[in-house]
Design a protein around this ligand. Structure first.
Ligand code: GLC
Ligand code: GLC
Length: 823
């Protein structure tokens, strides 16, 4: 069952009913100002940091769900309704919400009045713009009043939800009934009189008939937002908030002839003033609104809003032109060309901070998460990837270990979570290697970067990579495999934790010393990324460093084959006591997905290819298919744990089939997809890809329940009560890894240091396709004729000349290179 459809031409998903199983959201903004917006106009806005600079309020855990947003109430001759359906929930004659790239367009029609709201964050602006078009679709003239509504958050989202004894006395606003551009504006300035240098503005580009800034007046005591008093009364109360709950609302009365339309532009903006420019008066009471007036002036007309919107559309057209495919499979094309890349931008911007499952309060930018997000983003805006790498590396410690997270506003490591996740350092090598392959910018390795943001501690970035590499070398256990620390990629595999206290965090609790817990996953990660480090050393003219690094990689590869093999698959780990985890000898948790995918990606035990049945890689991947496979994707391990296993940590706290305990943790499915291409089984790889990719699941939206245009972190596994149901959409490493899997391995076009590797492995279901890839300024037109046979590798012709191997050397910027591939 579906709740809408894709419009590929417009690059939109069109939701045709308000009654989706869960709010289906979109993200606006990709620079400093961001908004979340659901198909029902729910969500909130913030400047850079969803915790510290939240402009508007949203209620997680609310009943009903999705409470708080930018709402527009209509009072049409006493009939009060909201075109976004929520919050009034009056029946609509027509409803449509279109989520596009950085904008949403929500249309509701009732009683002969159509209201279309286009919401977006313009490029270069710290503001959300809503352009509202009212159309009289009836055959009689119509007069109605529109009431806008936003509720301000008192900036710090956590404090806003907890500290009522203070907060209910501090709210302050200013109102400009007639502003400099003929419109009306409301200013939220709570705490501006003391240390804050920022305020918010909410304005409309027309002289309003009235305003409200006090929520209890607007809504009415004991009313819900759906029963708001002022829209029902049909006129604003001109309330001025003092403490309690500041809001912004304007009323504008409109008369329309049959068929006539009128447009209004609403702007919600964030402004900062330097200390000496904070005030417009000597008494320090009136906010200096110069910045806000300029902002409102840039959106004083619908034409200005339209021009900003066109610029946003063009911006995305440019971004997406770097990689596109035409394959004849419309689901594949729309994921690769539009939605997967779009989600990569969002995960890069948000890390794991703000979604409908992440409150924007708890988690900053993850060291491992951000490095992985970068893998799917670097081709879009390489300069931002570069800046991110420097930010991340600046939170590394001198011994190579790293803060697990940092805060986006301060860019400093998060002490609450600390360090000790022993996979973290190696992800930095992955991120930097991907950046240099994409751009050729070796100069980043010379960039001075501090440790723990300590001025004076700067060393070239390359030295950070050395410390990452050496950290793993220096922290190995009795089997020669890397020690796991608090956890590796799997946050919930906490082998040194032994927690007995309810509610205690498994990630930050005091670890028990003296154990020997080792991770086969980190070992495989080292075998995959160690050679990247060696390659970078070689490029820097350090052959001895490279050779020594390769020797360490060989040691760890041997350790994996000798001590990390269970007989038909790779072990997951050794626990605190040195007992194997992920072994057939145990009744539960026999096989785990992470080391199978990563070891084969690293080329461990691949043997002679798809027909080498004795090769460990083939055996491991066959075991994955047999034991972890489900129609909805590959579960994380099997069988899931049914009781609490204190020596494994958080993993078994989840009921069987959910999250890291036997859930389909989509993030690591692409590792297996890539692994299958490494051994030449593209048919299996593409099958796995389609199981988790949202466009292929659109028809079961009633089961999947979340957005059919973006990946979710998890789909409930085969042992779960609600198998096939997704959770945690949007902010997941799944986005980046699936883009890597499909663009670089299935379709097979991936940047390397000296050229583009072209190595299609998608199996027989896509018999031919073409890819356009822009890399380092040159355009590669690649057309593939594909038998899809297992083990087949393409023969390449570059600009008409056959070449050996699969590398297409980089061409000068501005040129176009034609590549023909047959396999
Ligand atoms: C979450 C975390 C990520 C971790 C994964 C597995 O997605 O953000 O860092 O690797 O869970 O535990
Ligand atoms: C919990 C979650 C896991 C997440 C971790 C980090 O362990 O289950 O997915 O990565 O918290 O916050």
């Amino acid at each position: 069952m579906r709740f809408g459809h894709f419009d590929d031409e417009a690059r939109e998903y069109v939701i045709t009913t308000p009654h989706t199983p869960y709010p289906w959201i979109n993200y606006l903004g990709s620079e400093q100002f961001f908004s979340l917006v659901s198909h029902q106009a729910g969500g909130y806005s913030f400047y850079r940091d969803a915790k510290m600079r939240r402009l508007t309020r949203y209620r997680y855990n609310n009943i009903p769900a999705d409470a708080g947003g930018r709402y527009l109430y209509v009072n049409d001759g006493g009939d009060v309704w909201t075109p976004s359906w929520l919050p009034v929930k009056a029946d609509l004659d027509h409803f449509e919400a279109r989520h596009g790239l950085g904008y949403s367009r929500i249309t509701g029609e009732r009683g002969g009045l159509r209201v279309e709201t286009l919401i977006f964050v313009p490029l270069g602006e710290n503001a959300e713009v809503q352009k509202v078009t009212f159309t009289n679709t009836s055959d009689a003239a119509k007069t109605f009043t529109a009431f806008s509504f936003v509720e301000f958050c008192l900036w710090n989202a956590q404090d806003d939800q907890t500290n009522y004894q203070r907060n209910l006395s501090i709210g302050e606003v200013e109102v400009e009934e007639t502003g400099p551009h003929g419109g009306s504006a409301i200013y939220h300035k709570t705490e501006y009189r003391e240390r804050r240098d920022h305020y918010a503005v909410f304005g409309v580009n027309a002289q309003a008939d009235g305003f409200d800034t006090d929520r209890d007046t607007f809504v009415g005591a004991y009313n819900s937002l759906g029963e708001a008093a002022v829209p029902r009364a049909g006129r604003s109360a001109n309330s001025v908030a003092s403490g309690w709950y500041p809001i912004g609302s304007h009323s504008v009365s409109v008369t329309l002839e049959p068929g006539e339309s009128r447009e209004l532009v609403y702007v919600l903006g964030y402004l900062e003033n330097a200390d000496e420019e904070k005030w417009a008066d000597d008494a320090h009471q009136v906010v200096n609104k110069t910045g806000a007036h300029a902002l409102l002036g840039r959106f004083a007309t619908a034409e200005q809003a339209d021009a900003a919107f066109d610029a946003l559309r063009a911006h995305w057209t440019g971004l997406l032109s770097t990689y596109s495919v035409t394959s004849g499979d419309e689901k594949l094309d729309r994921m690769v060309n539009i939605w997967n890349q779009y989600q990569c931008m969002v995960t890069f911007n948000m890390s794991r901070s703000a979604s409908y499952f992440e409150t924007g309060i708890g988690r900053g930018m993850g060291f491992r998460d951000s490095n992985q997000d970068l893998l799917g983003f670097v081709h879009l805006v390489p300069e931002r990837a570069r800046e991110r790498i420097i930010d991340i590396a600046s939170t590394q410690f001198a011994d190579g270990s790293a803060y697990h997270q940092y805060q986006p506003l301060t860019k400093r490591g998060n002490n609450d979570i600390g360090s000790g996740f022993n996979d973290d350092p190696l992800w930095l090598i992955a991120g930097v290697a991907a950046y240099i392959k994409e751009t050729g910018d070796d100069s980043i390795l010379d960039e001075p970067v501090p440790f723990d943001n300590e001025p004076g501690s700067e060393v070239p970035l390359f030295e950070h990579l050395t410390r990452s590499f050496e950290f793993t070398v220096a922290n190995r256990g009795p089997h020669g495999l890397p020690l796991i620390g608090r956890a590796d990629w799997n946050d919930c595999l906490n082998l040194n934790c032994f927690s007995t206290t309810p509610g205690e965090s498994f990630q930050t609790t005091e670890n028990q010393a003296g154990g020997v817990a080792e991770s086969v996953f980190i070992a495989a990660q080292f075998v995959l990324y160690g050679p990247e480090y060696a390659a970078l050393a070689e490029r820097r003219g350090l052959p001895d460093v490279a050779a020594a690094a390769r020797r360490h990689v060989d040691e760890v590869r041997s350790a994996v084959l000798e001590h990390g093999w269970d007989g038909a698959w790779f072990l997951r780990a050794y626990d605190y006591y040195g007992n194997p985890v992920g072994t057939d000898a145990k009744p539960e948790g026999k096989i785990w997905i992470e080391p199978q995918g990563f070891a084969v990606m690293a080329g461990i035990g691949v043997g002679s290819g798809p027909d080498d049945a004795d090769a460990p890689a083939i055996q491991a991947l066959d075991s994955v298919g047999d034991m972890l496979g489900t129609p909805h994707g590959l579960v994380l391990q099997y069988p899931a744990y049914t009781t609490y296993q204190i020596e494994l940590g958080e993993v078994s706290t989840y009921p069987p089939g959910y999250k890291e305990n036997g859930g389909i943790f989509c993030h690591n499915n692409p590792w297996v997809i890539i692994a299958e291409t490494v051994v030449g089984r593209g048919d299996r790889a593409f099958d796995y890809y389609r199981r988790i990719t949202p466009a292929y699941r659109e028809d079961i939206s009633d089961v999947h329940r979340l957005e059919p245009y973006v990946y979710a972190q998890m789909i409930a596994g085969k042992e779960a009560v609600r198998a096939g149901e997704a959770k945690n959409s949007w902010l997941t490493g799944t986005a980046a890894w699936n883009f890597v899997a499909v663009s670089q391995y299935l379709l097979g076009v991936r940047p390397d240091y000296d050229g583009l590797v072209v190595d299609p492995q998608i199996g027989p279901d896509v018999p031919s396709y073409s890819v356009t890839r822009v890399a380092r300024g040159a355009t590669y037109e690649i057309s593939v004729t594909n038998s899809g046979a297992r083990g087949a590798r393409g023969s390449l012709t570059v600009d008409g000349r056959p070449v050996e191997g699969n590398l297409v050397p980089y061409a000068p910027a501005g040129s176009t290179v034609r590549v023909e591939v047959v396999l």
